[in-house]
Design a protein around this ligand. Structure first.
Ligand SMILES: NC(=O)c1ccc[n+]([C@@H]2O[C@H](COP(=O)([O-])OP(=O)(O)OC[C@H]3O[C@@H](n4cnc5c(N)ncnc54)[C@H](O)[C@@H]3O)[C@@H](O)[C@H]2O)c1
Length: 373
C-alpha cells in the first residue's frame, strides 16, 4: 500500500506534511532531512513512553541515525500522569543536559500523551524548538498530532497549561497500530466517527459503509480513515488556528457530556472514546429536540457507533451532578454550558442550552440507559 501525503496549510504557519502509510516510520530520518526546519538539526531528541519504547524506539532511532542525525532519547512513564509539570521540568533539565540548542528538534514517538507533552516542552524550551510528531495510537494519528495544540495537566484540570505549536512534519506509520490494545483502537474510532459526522455526508456514508472493516482493523480502511480525518482537521484548524473564531469548537462534538462522564465515573472507568461516543448520542438526541435534527440522523449516527464497537454505556448519574460537572468544564463560558449540536451530518452549530433543558434531557437519557451487564 502506497503512503498518502496530506499537506497542512495553516495561515501564517509553515506548511507541513502528514505522511500516512505502512512502514513510513522506517523512512522518518530521510523525511526529516527533507524537512527544512529539521534538516540541519545537530540532534533530534526522541521522546517516547515506556510502552512504545520496546516496540518502536529502535526503528525510529535507526532511521534518524541512517539519515545522519544524532538521536538521543528520553522515555517517560506511559499514561496521562506524565502530562505533568514535574515530568515537563525533568524533560527541560534533561534537554539542557544533552546540550540541545535552538536549532535542535524533538520527535514525539507515542500516543496523544507523548505528543502533547513533547510538543509542550519543545515549544517552550529556549522559547521554542522544532517538533516532529510520530503518532502511534489511532487517536493521535486522526486527531492530536495535527493542529498544534500541546499541553500538560494541573491538579485543577486537564490541559490547563499549553501552547499552540504546529509540528514540522507528522509521520503516521499505520503498522504501529497492530500492537494497539483494543480499548485504545475503539477510543480512536470514536474520534474518527466524530470527524465524519461533523465533516460531511461523503465522509459519514463512506465510514458507515466501512465501519465493520474499521472495527476489524482493516489496514486499508484505517489508512483511508486517517487521511480523511487529517484533511478534515487541517481544514478546521486552517480556519481557526487558536480556537478563537468559533470554528475549532466543532471538534468538541460529543465532548460536553464525555468530560462529565469521565469526571463523575472516575477517569479510566470508561475510555475517553467510549465517553465521546455516549456524548455524541446524547447530543444527537438533544439536537432532535432543540434544532430539528431528524430521527433518521439520530439513528444513522447510532448505527455507525454500534458498528464501530461503541455501544451505549450502562451509565447513569444524578442530572444535577452532571450539570455541575459540565458547568465546571473549561469549555463552559461564564457557567454557561455549550453543546455542539448537529441539525444533520456536517451541519453543526454551537448552542448555549439553559439548565432546565439540560436537566430534562439528562433525566430522559437516564431513563433509556442500558442496564449494566
Ligand atoms: N493536542 C490535541 O489536539 C489533542 C486532541 C485529542 C487528545 N489529546 C490528548 O491525547 C491524550 C490521549 O492520547 P491517546 O489516546 O493516544 O493516549 P496515550 O498516549 O496514553 O496512549 C494510550 C496507551 O497506548 C499505549 N500505546 C501507544 N501507542 C501504542 C502502540 N502502537 N502499541 C501499543 N501501545 C501503544 C500508550 O503507552 C498508552 O498506554 C490525552 O492526554 C488528550 O488530552 C490531544
Amino acid at each position: 500500500m502506497a503512503a498518502t501525503r496530506v499537506e497542512v496549510n495553516i495561515p501564517e504557519e509553515a506548511p507541513y506534511d502528514v505522511r500516512i502509510g505502512e512502514g513510513v516510520l522506517d523512512g522518518i530520518g530521510e523525511w526529516c532531512q527533507r524537512t527544512p526546519a529539521v534538516a540541519a538539526s545537530p540532534q533530534v531528541l526522541v521522546i517516547s513512553d515506556a510502552n512504545v519504547e520496546p516496540l518502536y524506539l529502535a526503528r525510529t532511532k535507526a532511521s534518524l541515525e541512517r539519515a545522519g542525525f544524532k538521536a538521543p532519547d528520553i522515555v517517560v512513564p506511559a499514561g496521562e500522569s506524565s502530562k505533568s509539570t514535574a515530568v515537563a521540568a525533568e524533560l527541560w533539565e534533561a534537554m539542557a543536559a544533552l546540550g540541545l540548542t535552538r536549532d535542535c528538534a524533538v520527535l514525539a514517538l507515542g500516543g496523544g500523551v507523548v505528543g502533547d507533552l513533547a510538543g509542550f516542552v519543545a515549544s517552550t524550551f529556549m522559547r521554542g524548538i522544532t517538533v516532529v510528531q510520530a503518532p502511534t495510537t489511532l487517536l493521535a494519528m486522526v486527531d492530536s498530532s495535527v493542529g498544534g495544540k500541546t499541553g500538560i495537566n494541573l491538579a485543577a484540570g486537564k490541559n490547563l497549561v499549553g501552547t499552540f505549536c504546529q509540528p514540522a512534519y507528522v509521520c503516521a506509520s499505520t503498522d504501529c497500530l497492530t500492537t494497539l490494545p483494543e480499548r485504545e483502537w475503539r477510543c480512536g474510532c470514536a474520534e474518527v466517527a466524530k470527524s465524519a459526522v461533523v465533516d460531511s455526508d461523503e465522509f459519514f456514508f463512506w465510514l458507515l459503509e466501512n465501519a465493520a472493516a474499521m472495527a476489524a482493523r482493516d489496514a486499508s480502511v484505517a489508512a483511508q480513515a486517517i487521511a480523511r480525518c487529517v484533511v478534515f482537521k487541517a481544514d478546521v484548524v486552517a480556519q481557526d488556528k487558536t480556537e478563537s473564531r468559533g470554528v475549532r469548537e466543532c471538534l468538541n462534538y460529543g465532548h460536553t457530556l464525555a468530560h462529565a462522564i469521565e469526571k463523575l465515573s472516575g477517569y479510566g472507568t470508561f475510555s475517553h472514546g467510549a465517553a465521546v461516543a455516549e456524548g455524541m448520542r446524547f447530543a444527537a438526541a438533544m439536537a432532535h429536540e432543540l434544532v430539528g435534527a431528524s430521527l433518521d440522523f439520530v439513528d444513522a449516527q447510532a448505527d455507525l457507533l454500534d458498528a464501530l464497537g461503541l455501544p451505549r454505556l450502562p451509565w447513569t448519574a444524578d442530572p444535577e451532578a452532571v450539570l455541575d460537572a459540565m458547568k465546571h468544564d473549561k469549555k463552559a463560558r461564564g457557567g454557561q454550558v455549550r453543546f455542539v449540536l448537529l441539525r444533520d451530518v456536517g451541519a453543526w452549530e454551537v448552542c448555549d442550552v439553559d439548565d432546565a433543558t439540560i436537566l430534562a434531557q439528562l433525566a430522559a437519557w437516564n431513563a433509556t440507559a442500558p442496564k449494566e451487564a
